[in-house]
Design a protein around this ligand. Structure first.
Ligand code: AHM
Ligand code: MG
Length: 315
């Protein structure tokens, strides 16, 4: 049995960088415990606050953010926190070399229906500033709070999965995720079809057409509405996730956030042999101009991502 500390000790990364993973793992264990009992403790209602994107914040968003911040403050290797729940970055008075960008509780609209949600995070070199492209990430990961609490992490070369046991330890359960190159499962919010661009319409129409259509195979559709859950499924068994730029989100630059949603997921997908694109360029190459910037996201099995890119290349 390999635990997270065993695995981290065996990686050829700086011990302080490894300690950032330990910090995020510890925060996720605490968040998982809060979520498990939230319906009983009454922590599921709206708090009456809005976050920087003007969305309602639930107590659990705030609680999760506080838990992450508390853990980060205890690790002198981390000097900056960027969070979906905080308008401004938090600068901690230390010499820490690392910046953590996080969505402390992604998919929180699913909490009241007991669907998998998660904590997503990205690790950057704090000395290089706040606005670095995803390709500069030193590590990334997410915790998925589902039937099991899973921790999926990467320092670049491999994406490994750990599962929380009854003793509060993360145990290695998949040494190296490998996204199948081909797949026939797509994930997109089809209720937005009227807003889609021609490329997205083309890709989905081809997929729906089945065996006799241009894609030449029957596709299936899955949309959980919780990015962690949708991306976890894709990392494990393949598929493609799309939240493209559409006529409604175009003024905002997309729906999902670059620094703490798209980038960490894109790094994990790349480590597992998959690909990501905005439609026009790799997600990992987008240079941010704002810490809360949004971006179009398409990621998953390489062949499906290539089909989407081919549609974008047409016009
Ligand atoms: P959140 O950060 O406010 O939870 O929003 C992000 C979530 C993702 O988890 C998910 O993929 C997407 O929003 C779902 O969008 P939609 O409401 O269009 O289904
Ligand atoms: Mg989110």
């Amino acid at each position: 049995m390999t635990t997270l500390p065993d695995w981290l000790a065996a990686q050829s990364v700086d011990a302080k960088l490894a300690s950032v993973m330990t910090t995020m793992a510890a925060a996720s264990i605490e968040i998982a415990a809060v979520l498990r009992l939230a319906a009983i403790t009454g922590q599921t209602g709206l708090a009456g606050h809005t976050n920087v994107q003007g969305e309602d914040q639930k107590p659990l968003d705030i609680i999760s953010n506080d838990i992450v911040l508390q853990h980060i403050r205890q690790n002198p290797a981390i000097s900056v926190l960027v969070s979906e729940e905080l308008d401004e970055p938090v600068h901690i008075e230390n010499q820490g070399a690392y910046l953590v960008a996080t969505d402390p509780l992604d998919g929180s609209s699913n909490l009241d229906v007991n669907v998998t949600v998660g904590t997503i995070f990205s690790i950057l070199d704090a000395r290089k500033g706040l606005l670095q492209p995803g390709s500069a990430q030193l590590g990334a990961g997410y915790a998925a709070y589902g039937p099991a609490t899973s921790l999926v992490i990467t320092f670049g070369p491999v994406a490994a999965v750990f599962t929380l046991n009854d003793d509060g330890e993360f145990v290695l359960t998949t040494e190296q995720l490998s996204v199948p190159q081909a797949s026939a499962e797509y994930a997109i919010n089809t209720a937005r079809e009227r807003f889609w661009d021609a490329a997205t319409k083309g890709y989905v129409a081809e997929s729906v057409a089945g065996e006799t259509g241009p894609a030449g195979k029957r596709h299936n559709m899955r949309w959980i509405g919780s990015m962690v859950a949708d991306v976890h499924r894709i990392l494990v068994r393949g598929g493609i996730f799309l939240y493209p730029l559409d006529s409604e989100t175009i003024s905002k630059g997309g729906r999902l956030r670059l620094l703490y949603e798209a980038n960490p997921m894109a790094l994990l997908v790349a480590a597992a042999g998959g690909r990501s694109t905005t439609g026009r360029q790799s997600v990992l190459d987008v240079v941010p101009t704002d810490i809360h910037q949004r971006v179009p996201v398409v990621l998953g099995s390489a062949e499906e991502v290539a089909r989407v890119e081919a549609w974008y290349a047409k016009g």
